[in-house]
Write a protein that binds this ligand. Structure first.
Ligand code: ATP
Ligand code: MG
Ligand code: MG
Length: 548
């Protein structure tokens, strides 16, 4: 294995290899296609595919498509696109649990013949009530002792579509007084007259997750079946099926902690509702914790891979600070993204001593730590825009940016000094008058005098209007309530700045690479851009701003 952070799962795999238990390690990522992938799935993807890269072996992508009511082709497609975007590849190993429906059905008949399964006519509610609790044993179903022949007959008629939804189920016959509720005769098949994206109307019964999952693992020769902690209590059932059925291999289930993040809900139920109820603009809304949302927001896949590597794989659940994710995004973008200038809230500046009609090209560097990123030209002229926040008419003591009489540096350009303020009828500052010092070209004064602030700016004539979208946390509560999440939504999660300006080269480029707007953060072109109006989303702000 190559050098990566060790964790208990990789330790188990290494030990299994050392003992010669397996020649090849086979893992799988088994999404249910009932929604888009989120960052919790990214953890599972990086673990399962990562293991296949580090050890001799492979990782399957298997769609756990056993519940046609909630599953859609759109989700199947998006999941494949997202796994690829994250940087992982299943090669030829693409599978669907529905491919195994025939075999699963035959094995269910075998369980019936072996006296290990029965058809129950009770309602879902009756079954639930008779299941008991942690402290109270369950009660046997009145249908538990049906003969094999009657069970086979009823099960075949369930399959043939003779009965309505919910009329009957097939249950394993295990132990209604087991200390583990999952072993109290779990449901294997339910009647569902529903169209399946892959098997169409062939089936009127569908297997439960518990019944389908381990057997699918066994059919595919999965060696290490990794799931999240809430399935720990299902493992005895997983093992029970593997023991009772003539499966071609014997996989083992291992459980790890789910990823939980502050200010974030990672449940597909909640994410689906956010989309359906219009709280967000879709599964790829940049505020969503989905892989598609993060991609649209400009989060590099390498940042997600680094994040899941840093959080590691633990046996106990915890909540990770979303700041850790933001840190990884900033680190990656700081390293990789080119610098540009954008003015979010423009304030016009007229340089009074700069000749009218004249302009000049100044050189700006594209990346301070990477000379190979090169330089670009920015046009300086008499009329410019600066950021409204960078000017105060009556500044407090520690305000070093522009104010009447104060001198600052304009990035890559000159020192300028504010000489006058123009206001509208409402008394708001709408324009500044400044002078520049031609001797300070490039940003330094020959007489050695210093300024305390360096500000970004744009030329009025050649910069381009743009809409800039600033995203904040979708929830204002650090631990949002999944059962009443609407109450925890952050009303300020999206701020739209419709009068922003950006460099012309940025507007003209169709690049979807994120870039840094100096002093403002990282931004990416959004798909809502139109030829007349580019739209940029802020991926994330800068933690440190220079010379403020
Ligand atoms: P949800 O609970 O949000 O509906 P799920 O677990 O039902 O998600 P699946 O499509 O069944 O979603 O998950 C596919 C794989 O991703 C499973 O192996 C599951 O354990 C894993 N997974 C899902 N959510 C997380 C998470 N938050 N952290 C780590 N792994 C996760
Ligand atoms: Mg699931
Ligand atoms: Mg789940």
């Amino acid at each position: 294995a190559t050098e990566v952070g060790r964790d208990f799962i990789r330790d188990i795999i290494q030990a299994d290899l050392d003992q010669g238990k397996y020649r090849e390690i086979v893992t799988r990522f088994p999404p249910e296609p009932n929604g888009y992938l989120h960052i919790g799935h990214a953890k599972s993807i990086a673990l399962n595919f990562g293991i296949a890269q580090e050890f001799p072996g492979r990782c399957h992508l298997r769609f756990d498509d056993t519940n046609p009511v909630k599953e859609e082709q759109e989700y199947i497609d998006s999941i494949q696109a997202d796994v690829h975007w994250l940087g992982f590849d299943w090669g030829k190993n693409l599978f669907f649990a529905s491919d195994y429906f025939d075999r699963l059905y035959e094995w269910a008949e075998k369980l019936i013949r072996d006296g290990l399964a029965y058809v129950d006519d009770q309602t879902q509610e009756q079954i639930r009530l008779a299941r008991g609790t942690l402290t109270e044993p369950g009660k046997d179903s009145p249908f538990r002792d049906r003969s094999v022949d009657e069970n086979l007959d009823l099960f075949r008629r369930m399959k043939a579509g003779e009965f309505p939804n919910g009329a009957r189920v097939l249950r394993a016959k295990i132990d209604m007084s087991s200390g583990n509720i999952n072993l109290r005769d779990p449901v294997l098949y339910r009647i569902l007259h529903a169209h399946h994206p892959r098997t169409g109307t062939k089936w009127s019964i569908y297997p439960s997750y518990d019944y389908a999952h381990g057997q699918s693992d066994a059919i595919e020769g999965i060696t290490h079946s990794i799931c999240t902690l809430e399935f720990e209590d299902h493992r005895p059932l997983y093992d029970w099926f593997i023991e009772k059925l003539p499966v071609p291999s014997k996989p083992h289930q291992y459980e790890m902690a789910r990823l939980n993040l502050t200010y974030t809900l990672l449940s597909k139920r909640v994410l689906t509702q956010l989309v359906r109820d219009g709280h967000v603009a879709g599964w790829d809304d940049p505020r969503m914790p989905t892989v598609a949302g993060m991609r649209r927001r400009g989060v590099p896949p390498a940042a997600l891979r680094e994040f899941v590597k840093r959080i590691g794989v633990a046996k106990a659940n915890s909540v990770v600070d979303v700041g850790m994710l933001e840190f990884c995004i900033r680190e990656e973008l700081n390293r990789t993204s080119q610098r540009r200038m954008g003015v979010l809230r423009p304030l016009k500046v007229v340089i009074e001593n700069y000749p009218e009609g004249q302009t000049e090209e100044l050189e700006a560097i594209n990346h301070p730590d990477d000379p190979s990123a090169g330089t670009r030209k920015i046009t300086f002229g008499r009329e410019l825009y600066i950021e409204q926040d960078d000017f105060m008419e009556n500044p407090p003591k520690k305000f070093f940016r522009l104010s009447p009489g104060n001198e600052v540096r304009l990035r890559y350009a000159y020192f300028v000094k504010c000489t006058g303020v123009i206001k509208n009828d409402a008394g708001e500052v709408v324009e500044l008058r400044c002078t520049y010092d031609p001797a300070t070209k490039g940003g330094n004064a020959p007489d050695g005098r210093k300024v305390k602030a360096t500000m970004h700016w744009l030329p009025a004539a050649t910069s381009v209007p743009a809409e800039i979208r600033i995203y904040n946390q979708l929830f204002s509560n650090p631990s949002p309530d999944a059962s009443n999440f609407a109450a925890d939504l952050n009303p300020q999660s999206l701020e739209i700045l419709s009068d922003a300006r950006i460099e012309a080269s940025v507007a003209e480029s169709n690049s979807t690479e994120p870039m840094q707007f100096e002093r403002q953060g990282y931004f990416v072109r959004d798909k809502d851009s139109t030829p007349g109006k580019p739209v940029f989303s802020r991926t994330i702000g800068l933690r440190d701003t220079f010379a403020k």
